[in-house]
Design a protein around this ligand. Structure first.
Ligand code: NAD
Length: 256
């Protein structure tokens, strides 16, 4: 348990919080005394989730591609906790690797709906409450946006959109005292990453590890810690895209 509770009695909404990076964020916020609304579609996991430490977890079934479900989930959070201090936009997907010839426009639109429009809608419906608490938003982008990534044009485009959304919203919301930041993780060991490299799991993990200067793949909690830092302590930081990649971009990407 954390020695000092850094999010005590505060309320966070984490989208896609049942597994992976979102779960890491939920655990870190709850360990620090936070009350966390988890918006996800995995009812089997969501309905059995328990808070780590002194905080609280409240699961709400919410498909982040459905506007009315997003609005209702934000309202349900406020009805229960009467405030929101942080929104973590995280629910997203990485399609299997293909070049541009292999994607249809419709597939791209569907990915945009989850990876970008879902973030936008969660911001839109949560901001009226964040303005009251001078809270903050953390949008999970990806190091793939800064570095580029092979056979992932649609994914990387959505993640660039997330950073654009972050900077533009930070510009508008500063006058309300609301900070808006992004985190760009490198490789994080989650069900999504494991699925992407399932044909050669050990080899894939080894390649991810060797792309960092710390020589390891992130655990979801690593991203959760950065997220809590942005929400709880980074009071003069807004519009930033915080790299959480263990230096994958250093040395022109080449490691010794
Ligand atoms: P994951 O697939 O392991 O977990 C995603 C969670 O989101 C799951 O709980 C899933 O049920 C939920 N989800 C999926 N579709 C949803 C929907 N329509 N509505 C609500 N919830 C939904 O994924 P992850 O690896 O933890 O990735 C989380 C975010 O981090 C994504 O935006 C991803 O692009 C980004 N990211 C991941 C990595 C990585 O290496 N894992 C690296 C950089 C960025």
């Amino acid at each position: 348990m954390a020695s000092r509770l850094r999010f005590q009695d505060k309320v966070a909404i984490v989208t896609g919080g049942c597994k992976g990076i979102g779960r890491g964020c939920v655990d870190v916020f709850a360990e620090n005394g936070g009350k966390v609304a988890v918006l996800d579609i995995d009812d089997a996991v969501g309905e059995t989730m328990k808070a780590e430490g002194p905080g609280e977890v409240f699961y709400i079934h919410c498909d982040m591609t459905k506007e009315e479900e997003i609005q209702a989930a934000v309202e349900a959070t406020v009805e229960r906790y009467h405030r929101v201090d942080c929104l973590v936009n995280n629910a997203g997907w990485h399609p299997p690797s293909r070049t541009i010839d292999g994607f249809s426009a419709d597939e791209f639109r569907k990915l945009l709906d989850l990876n970008l429009v879902g973030y936008y809608l969660a911001c839109k419906y949560t901001l009226p409450y964040l303005r009251r608490t001078q809270g903050s938003i953390v949008n999970i982008s990806s190091a793939a946006f800064t570095l580029g990534q092979g056979e992932a044009v649609t994914y990387v485009a959505t993640k660039g959109g997330v950073v654009g959304l972050t900077r533009a919203l930070a510009t508008d919301e500063g006058k309300h005292g609301v900070r808006v930041n992004a985190i760009s993780p490198g490789a994080v060991r989650t069900p999504l990453l494991e699925d992407c490299i399932k044909d050669d799991l050990q080899g894939g993990l080894e390649r991810c590890k060797n792309s960092t200067v710390l020589r390891r793949v992130a655990e979801p909690r690593d991203i959760g810690q950065t997220c809590l830092f942005l929400a709880a302590e980074a009071t003069f930081t807004t519009g930033a895209d915080v790299s959480c990649s263990a230096g994958a971009e250093l040395g022109y990407g080449l490691k010794q």
